[in-house]
Design a protein around this ligand. Structure first.
Ligand SMILES: CC(=O)SCCNC(=O)CCNC(=O)[C@H](O)C(C)(C)COP(=O)(O)OP(=O)(O)OC[C@H]1O[C@@H](n2cnc3c(N)ncnc32)[C@H](O)[C@@H]1OP(=O)(O)O
Ligand SMILES: O=C(O)CCC(=O)C(=O)O
Length: 379
């Protein structure tokens, strides 16, 4: 897996998330950031969408980024002309490959579908473009038909084939089997594109890579159609930490990138989101905090700084004496075991009332209050 390339599609599939609409400045800022941290390839948008989108894509193509830039196209010549007009040198041409999609979009006329693909590949190659082909809905396609389309794409001059689990219906085992078969049948590299409808996008992306795909589509924060795509930060960190594959991406900036995309997309990242959620390195529970105070690796898969976080130890409903004492001692407060327990009881009560963990100041206020009224406490 050492040769894996990340082709991030935050600016295309990410932006397809319902309600998400980046402006030109946001698209440019995201592209620059992805490039700066070392993401290898960016799918920057869909030139066929019209003037506003082509202006943003053209602005990105003029940045002279290190990352390779790809425009998404239907198998339609005018789409490819729009990509050329943006200054793109690489085009992705998508074609539906499942019976369901060919029936709905091409009235079941698969020969017409293939002819359109051939014509658009020819057109793009004639214009000197690098061409990738995407099998939309590959996961639901008849497997022999999928192989035929991919082999035709290769024969007609495509340089890569994208296997798409468009509606996210695969699991890692079926992804592995299907992608392996495709990889074995082709000379050109395979790219894996997964969706998160069952929460398996990252796992499936990794399974595709294990099966021999050499390129993976990701989006920052897992943004994308419906339940989203495989998250860049998850794929990069899983490759680094589970498989020992370092892609050369500057991981300490992943949090900053996540915040940039969250702001531009107007979509909050859930606190429990892997890698970039605000609870990813927060510890409240007594047993965990006790362990982390001794040795952080007891409850952390890797150091928070590796992805831009600082560790947080917070007191709340589930905290225990060790954490409480440690925080208070940092503030010069040393309580007896009985006093600690009584502050802990008050912390639990207040956390339930506030429905959150407490700030350090709230904890200190509680201690002060407990000490002031200790004479009134029923023991
Ligand atoms: C799985 C994916 O994510 S695919 C990418 C999806 N992304 C988007 O749709 C976002 C951007 N899309 C758009 O801006 C518009 O849909 C456009 C500009 C591409 C096309 O807009 P419109 O001309 O208004 O068509 P509309 O979107 O209603 O319908 C899609 C058309 O593309 C055709 N089409 C869909 N996929 C393909 C394909 N891979 N190759 C060729 N034609 C295709 C459909 O059959 C339909 O054709 P028709 O107009 O001849 O019936
Ligand atoms: O590139 C393609 O072929 C389609 C990509 C896609 O977004 C999908 O199938 O989910």
């Amino acid at each position: 897996m050492n040769q894996v390339l990340v082709n991030d599609t935050t600016l295309r599939d990410g932006e397809q998330a319902a309600g998400v609409a980046f402006n030109l400045q946001e698209k440019v800022a995201i592209a620059k950031f992805l490039d700066t941290i070392g993401v290898h390839e960016l799918e920057v948008g869909i030139p066929a969408m019209g003037e506003e989108e082509t202006r943003a894509i053209s602005a990105i193509t003029q940045l002279d980024l290190q990352a390779k830039l790809l425009g998404w196209n239907r198998a339609v010549i005018s789409d490819i002309q729009a990509s050329i007009a943006c200054g793109l040198k690489r085009v992705h041409i998508a074609i539906p490959v499942s019976g369901i999609q060919i029936a709905a979009k091409f009235h079941g006329q698969w020969r017409v579908t293939l002819q359109q693909l051939r014509d658009s590949i020819n057109f793009a190659l004639d214009k000197g473009l690098w061409v990738s082909v995407g099998g939309e809905d590959s996961s639901r396609a008849d497997e022999n038909f999928l192989l035929d389309v991919a082999q035709y794409a290769q024969e007609w001059g495509a340089s890569r084939f994208r296997f798409c689990d468009t509606v996210g219906i695969l699991d890692p085992f079926s992804t592995y089997t299907k992608v392996k078969r495709l990889v074995s049948a082709l000379v050109i590299p395979v790219e894996i594109h997964t969706h998160n409808d069952f929460g398996l996008a990252t796992a499936n992306a990794l399974a595709g890579l294990k099966a021999g795909a050499l390129s993976v589509n990701t989006t920052v924060n897992g943004l994308g159609e419906r339940a989203g795509n495989a998250a860049l930060e998850e794929v990069v960190m899983a490759l680094k930490r589970i498989y020992g594959v370092n892609l050369g991406i500057e991981t300490p900036r992943l949090l900053e990138l996540s915040r940039l995309v969250a702001a531009a997309s107007g979509s909050h990242v859930p606190p429990w989101k892997a890698i970039v959620g605000e609870n990813a390195f927060a510890h409240e529970a007594g047993i965990h905090a006790h362990g982390v105070l001794q040795n952080p690796t007891t409850y952390e898969p890797f150091a928070p700084q590796e992805v831009g976080w600082e560790r947080r130890l917070v007191v709340g409903k589930h905290s225990g004496r060790h954490l409480l004492s440690s925080i208070l001692q940092e503030h010069g407060i040393f309580l007896s075991s009985q006093e600690t327990q009584s502050v802990l009881d008050a912390v639990r009560q207040e956390s339930v009332e506030k429905k959150r963990s407490l700030t350090v100041q709230e904890l200190l206020d509680l201690v002060q209050e407990q000490q002031r009224y200790s004479h009134a406490t029923i023991r």
